[in-house]
Design a protein around this ligand. Structure first.
Ligand SMILES: Cc1ncc(COP(=O)(O)O)c(C=O)c1O
Length: 440
C-alpha cells in the first residue's frame, strides 16, 4: 500500500514496479501504450459508496450526485450509479454518456450556464430530475421549450451567494464577478423566483449553490448556507414559497500532495447537515430535500497517468541552482490543470526502484509551450532516463475530460483495473480518428 495520494489498490513490488489492483504498470504500458490513464475501479466504487453512506441520515439525508464533469465515461457513470449516486451533467454530451450507462433520467440533474435549446429538449424528453437554471435568459428559454413540448419543466435556480471558497466573509462578495448563477445581491435571484412561480410551464423545486473546488473545510459552505437559507426565508415571506430541494454543490477537496489535508467525508457531511439544519431552524423554515455534487472527491484519487520518459535535461536555473527536466510523452494535452491553475501533483518512477539521490525536478510534456508542465516541483531520482515509466497520482479529475489534441496528439486510452485484470474502457485515439474529421 502507498499513502493516501495514490489509488487504494496501489502497491510497490519488491523490484520497485508500481502495481495497481494487482496489475504491473510495465505490463499496462506495454499492452496499452503511454500516456495511459489507469483507473482503479474499486477505488471509484468504494469512494462513491462511502460518500453515499456519509451523507445518509435517518432524519436529514443528502442525496449525492456525482459531478460528471470531473471524469465521465460510460464505465464510471455505471459504477457510481451502481453505488447509489445520481449524476450531474453539464451538457447534452454528458447527458448522453449518463443515459448510455443506464442512469435513469430522474437520477440526473442538468447544469450549465448556457444550455442550448437541444440540451433543454433532451433534459425534458428524458424527464431529468431538474434543470439547474443559471440566468433569467435561460429561465425564459426553458419555459419556451417546455411550452412547445407541452410539459412542465422542473427547475432549480443556481444562486450566486457571493462566497469565494477558502475565503473570509469580509471579502466574500469579490466572487460576484464571475459568469455563474443568479445573484442574490443584485436582485436577479429574487426576480427569477417571481418569474418561475408565475410561470405555469415551470415547477420551481428550489435552489442550488456551488462555491468552488478543492475545498478542505466547511467554512465557505457555512457562509453560503447562511445566505441561501436567508434568501429562502425571504422568498417564503414574499411568496409563501417553501422550496422542496436545496443543493450545496460540490468542491470537496482531495490530497494531491502531502500538505493537502481535506476533511474526512463523514465529518464534512456531518458539518454540512448541522449547518443547514441550524440555519433553517433559525430562519423558521422546514429543511428541504438536500443534495451535494462531489466530482473530484469521487474520482480524483482513483487514477494514475503513466508516461514514458523520452528526454532528461539538466538546466541551470541560476548560479546556485539547477533543475532536472524530465520530458514525458504527453503533457498539457492530457493534463492541462498545472498550466491552467498551477495544480500540484505527486509522481514516482513506476518501472523500477531507484536508490539514486533525488534532485530538484520538473516533469514536462512534449508540447510546443514552455508552460507545458505536468509536475512543477518535485524531488526525483537523478538517474531517471529515457525509457523509464513515470506515474502521476490523483489524475482522475479534470484531466481526461479536459484532454485536447494540441499538436495533433491523439488522446490517451483509459484502462480500468480490478482484481489483477485490466480492461480497456476508452481506446486510444488514432491519427485516423483525427484525419477522419479533417475534410481537407
Ligand atoms: C455546479 C457544480 N457542481 C459540482 C461541481 C464539482 O466540483 P468538484 O469536482 O470540485 O467536487 C462543479 C465543479 O465545477 C460545479 O460547477
Amino acid at each position: 500500500m502507498l499513502d493516501a495520494i495514490w489509488p487504494r489498490s496501489a502497491s510497490l513490488a519488491t523490484d520497485g514496479a508500481l502495481h495497481l489492483a494487482g496489475c504491473d504498470a510495465r505490463e499496462l504500458a506495454r499492452t496499452y501504450g503511454t500516456p495511459l490513464f489507469v483507473v482503479d475501479e474499486d477505488d471509484v466504487r468504494s469512494r462513491a459508496a462511502e460518500y453515499r453512506a456519509a451523507y445518509d441520515d435517518a432524519e436529514h439525508p443528502f442525496e449525492v450526485f456525482f459531478a460528471g464533469k470531473a471524469f465521465l465515461i460510460t464505465a464510471i457513470a455505471r459504477w457510481v450509479h451502481e453505488a447509489g449516486l445520481g449524476i450531474d451533467v453539464a451538457s447534452g454530451g454528458e447527458l448522453a454518456v449518463a443515459l448510455r450507462a443506464g442512469v435513469p433520467g430522474d437520477r440526473i440533474v442538468m447544469h450549465g450556464n448556457n444550455k442550448s435549446v437541444a440540451e433543454i429538449e433532451a433534459a425534458l424528453d428524458h424527464r431529468l430530475r431538474a434543470i439547474v437554471c443559471d440566468s433569467l435568459d435561460e429561465l425564459a428559454r426553458i419555459s419556451a421549450v417546455a411550452a412547445l413540448r407541452e410539459v412542465v419543466a422542473p427547475v432549480m435556480l443556481r444562486l450566486t451567494v457571493g462566497v469565494e471558497a477558502h475565503t473570509h466573509e469580509a471579502i466574500a462578495t469579490a466572487h460576484e464577478d464571475q459568469k455563474f448563477g443568479l445573484s442574490i445581491a443584485d436582485g436577479s435571484a429574487a426576480r427569477a423566483v417571481t418569474l418561475a412561480l408565475g410561470d405555469p410551464r415551470l415547477h420551481l423545486l428550489g435552489f442550488h449553490s456551488h462555491i468552488g473546488s478543492q475545498i478542505f473545510d466547511a467554512a465557505g459552505f457555512e457562509i453560503a448556507a447562511h445566505r441561501v437559507v436567508a434568501f429562502m426565508a425571504e422568498m417564503a415571506r414574499a411568496h409563501g414559497f417553501t422550496p422542496e430541494a436545496l443543493d450545496l454543490g460540490g468542491g470537496m477537496g482531495i490530497r494531491y500532495v502531502e500538505d493537502d489535508d481535506p476533511l474526512d467525508p463523514a465529518e464534512m457531511a456531518r458539518r454540512l447537515r448541522a449547518i443547514v439544519v441550524h440555519e433553517c431552524a433559525e430562519a423558521g423554515i422546514p429543511v428541504p430535500h438536500l443534495s451535494v455534487e462531489p466530482g473530484r472527491a469521487i474520482v480524483g484519487p482513483s487514477t494514475v497517468t503513466l508516461y514514458e520518459v523520452g528526454v532528461v535535461k539538466d538546466v541551470q536555473v541560476d548560479e546556485q541552482h539547477h533543475r532536472q527536466y524530465v520530458a514525458v510523452d504527453g503533457g498539457m494535452s492530457d493534463n492541462i490543470r498545472t498550466a491552467l491553475y498551477d495544480a500540484q501533483y505527486t509522481a514516482a518512477l513506476a518501472n523500477r526502484t531507484s536508490s539514486a539521490p533525488t534532485t530538484a525536478s520538473r516533469i514536462v510534456g512534449k508540447h510546443c509551450e514552455s508552460g507545458d508542465i505536468v509536475v512543477r516541483d518535485l524531488a526525483f531520482p537523478d538517474d531517471v532516463h529515457a525509457g523509464d515509466l513515470v506515474a502521476v497520482a490523483a489524475t482522475g479529475a479534470y484531466c481526461y475530460p479536459m484532454a485536447s489534441n494540441y499538436n495533433a496528439l491523439p488522446r490517451p486510452a483509459v484502462v480500468g483495473v480490478r482484481d489483477s485484470v485490466a480492461r480497456l474502457l476508452v481506446r486510444r485515439e488514432t491519427l485516423d480518428d483525427l484525419m477522419a474529421r479533417d475534410l481537407g
